[in-house]
Design a protein around this ligand. Structure first.
Ligand code: TLP
Length: 345
């Protein structure tokens, strides 16, 4: 059978044998009683790594963002975020449904907003307007093609938030891709934020889970919101053990995913149908433009699939490829060969 090369997302990874061993032998307890040693260890490790007082294991990145937004806001507050950000684009309006907040989306440059753009969206203190309570940023930015948020820009936004009494949350689903690519330590990247959500189930290669982090007091309130959403889990150390294993063994290797994404970008960008600037690929995500309006993303996806290469349509005239722990150098070479065979001139 043809080996499938699955570049649809870094969420498709399967736990390695070593990770499965760590999960199978994990010490567990009832986490609703706070008695799961593996969950407690993961939370401590992550809080330390992100430079925050406390952390909380949650089921998914979507739950991490929702619990965070719930914990920062009151119904009818407003949250400023980027128009292509995950909470606005992909979370089924969960913050509207469960936190009762209104989003103020601003279209950025590949997901990056500046302090000047955000400043214009902050509401004046006037009974006509909602209260601007929270700014959410995303690093790396998924729909921005894995774009790294420059730390200096975040620091300027923090100064603006401080001047206006606004909290800041980071959707750091792929924060470690940014820290590995830049060499900036996670705690430095997280310092300007009141809360952070990081995913274990993306580049780190775990089957499930995210962790949110913040002050002790904030995490206490977040814990109650997680409970309200039905996210209090029991012997969940089996999953936390995968996270601990990944923090110890799967972090540095993200650089390999970035190198492979660059190799793919360099080769595919030379095919006129997909021409783009390969240096735009900063981490593990490649968003490819399709320059022929007659060729739909779905058609490109189908043709690649017939040769065993899986990618996803990513909006009008675009497809996305993501490298991850399940993709090796041979897969990269084969993918380039398939692109050239199908679409090269
Ligand atoms: N992203 C998924 C899809 O939902 C699009 C993917 O394949 O990239 N924040 C960011 C920046 C994300 O990219 C994702 C998932 C999430 C949050 C949500 O994480 P999960 O899927 O664990 O709820």
């Amino acid at each position: 059978m043809m080996r499938l090369i699955d570049l649809r997302s870094d969420t498709v990874t399967k736990p390695t044998d070593e990770m499965r061993k760590a999960m199978a032998t994990a010490e567990v307890g009832d986490d609703v009683f706070g008695e799961d040693p593996s969950v407690n260890l993961l939370q401590e490790k992550m809080a330390g790594l992100l430079g925050k007082e406390a952390a909380l294991f949650v089921a998914s990145g979507t739950m991490g963002n929702l619990v965070s937004i719930l914990t920062h806001t009151h119904p009818a507050d407003e949250v400023i975020l980027e128009a292509n950000s995950h909470p606005f684009h992909y979370e089924a309006a969960s913050a509207a449904a469960y936190a009762g907040v209104q989003f103020f989306p601003i279209l950025g440059n590949r997901g990056i907003l500046t302090d000047t753009e955000i400043a214009k969206a902050i509401r004046p203190d006037d009974p006509h307007f909602p209260k601007t309570r929270l700014i959410c940023l995303e690093n790396t930015h998924n729909r921005g093609g894995g774009k790294i948020y420059p730390l200096e820009e975040i620091q300027k936004i923090r100064a603006l938030a401080d001047a206006n009494g606004i909290a800041m949350h980071l959707d750091g689903a792929r924060l470690f891709n940014a820290t590995v690519a830049t060499g900036i330590p996670p705690a430095d990247y997280c310092k300007p934020f009141d809360s952070i959500s990081v995913c274990l189930s993306k580049g780190l290669g775990c089957p499930v889970g995210s962790v949110i982090a913040g002050s002790k007091e904030w995490i206490k309130a977040a814990h109650q919101n997680r409970k309200r959403l039905g996210g209090g889990m029991r012997q969940v150390g089996i999953l936390a053990a995968a996270g601990i294993y990944a923090l110890d063994h799967h972090m540095d290797r993200l650089a390999e995913d970035h190198r492979r994404a660059k190799e793919l970008a360099d080769a595919i960008s030379q095919i006129p149908l997909f021409e783009f600037t390969p240096s735009a690929v900063e981490t593990n995500i490649i968003v490819l433009p399709i320059h022929d309006p007659e060729t739909s993303p779905e058609e490109v996806v189908e043709r690649l699939k017939s040769e065993g290469v899986l990618v996803v349509p990513f909006g009008p005239g675009e497809i996305r490829l993501v490298t991850h722990i399940g993709i090796d150098d041979k897969d990269v070479a084969r993918t380039i060969e398939v692109f050239q065979k199908l679409f090269g001139e």
